[in-house]
Design a protein around this ligand. Structure first.
Ligand SMILES: [Zn+2]
Length: 290
């Protein structure tokens, strides 16, 4: 009788132990999933920080480093697809195969790069340079909103817990070879960012005021209505811009604009003339990011 009661107690304790382990395990899994979603926004990653100084935050006593100097490469992608039509040199130059794209992301991860977003470079103080000094920052951008952004880029970005910014030409959405709003909403929910790329991809420098307003303001409103978030990042179609266009972007609430100029962004870069690195199948990251 005594023995059987002891056995019962042992079984009961064992069951309790099993249950609590299960609960802890499940909590850890769910917490980890959340972390995957917000990986791009972790504020304590560290990068190519060249100079920082300590500042006291008024709201709490935590010391944070104000980052004065930094280098953040912005990579420019278009299509992520296998493409070998040699009569279409432009198409080939704008395409990176899914396999090579995955290798490029793998290289970035293996070399301690962490994705941040364009709004992060407005104020680098959100990053805590007291943390791991080995981390470096990179921004991934995808122009035009081609359908392979969903089919090929998105799953690979998720696999590496990276974030990307996708510039949307809104009149093309839902057309053959372009993203649908449904796809954009799913990517948005998983932490991907979106930016403006006009309604019809014109050369903005040739437009009158009314046309310019439609291309910039309507495009911004349409994307914001769909994803239910403000968008603050713009990309000039075919890299064409001038002072009038930059002023228009500032007037309607944009905070950054990317160009097709080659270079690595740093603390001195004009936020409305951000340089980028054009990515192809042959780009050697170890050479362009050194
Ligand atoms: Zn474009």
């Amino acid at each position: 009788m005594q023995k059987s009661r002891r056995e019962n107690r042992r079984i009961f304790t064992g069951g309790l132990l099993f249950l609590s382990t299960l609960v802890i395990l499940l909590t850890a899994i769910f917490a980890n999933q959340d972390q995957i979603k917000i990986a791009a926004n972790i504020p304590n990653c560290q990068g190519q920080i060249l100079s920082a100084e300590t500042e006291n935050k008024e709201s709490n006593n935590q010391e944070k480093k104000k980052i004065n100097e930094y280098q953040v490469p912005i990579l420019m992608y278009h299509y992520i697809r296998d493409y070998d039509n040699h009569d279409d040199r432009i198409g080939i130059n704008l395409s990176v195969s899914p396999e090579i794209f995955a290798k490029q992301l793998e290289w970035l991860r293996d070399n301690n790069y962490q994705t941040i977003n364009l709004d992060d470079i407005i104020d680098m103080r959100s990053f805590d340079s007291t943390q791991d000094q080995n981390h470096k920052f990179v921004i991934l951008t995808f122009d035009d909103g081609y359908i392979d952004a969903f089919a090929n880029a998105f799953p690979t970005l998720k696999k590496y817990r990276f974030s990307g910014t996708f510039y949307i030409t809104s009149d093309f959405i839902g057309h053959e070879n372009y993203l649908s709003w449904g796809m954009i909403k799913r990517m948005n929910k998983s932490g991907m960012k979106f930016g403006g790329h006009t309604m019809t991809h014109p050369d903005l420098t040739n437009l009158d005021d009314e046309q310019l307003s439609r291309e910039i303001v309507d495009n911004k409103m349409i994307i914001e209505n769909q994803i239910e978030k403000p968008i603050t990042d713009f990309c000039y179609p075919s890299g064409q811009y001038n002072d009038r266009i930059m002023n228009k972007l500032k007037e309607v609430g944009y905070k950054t604009a990317t160009t097709t100029h080659h270079g690595i962004t740093n603390q001195n870069s004009d936020k409305f003339q951000l340089p980028r690195i054009r990515m192809t199948n042959n780009t050697k990251l170890e050479q362009v990011l050194k």
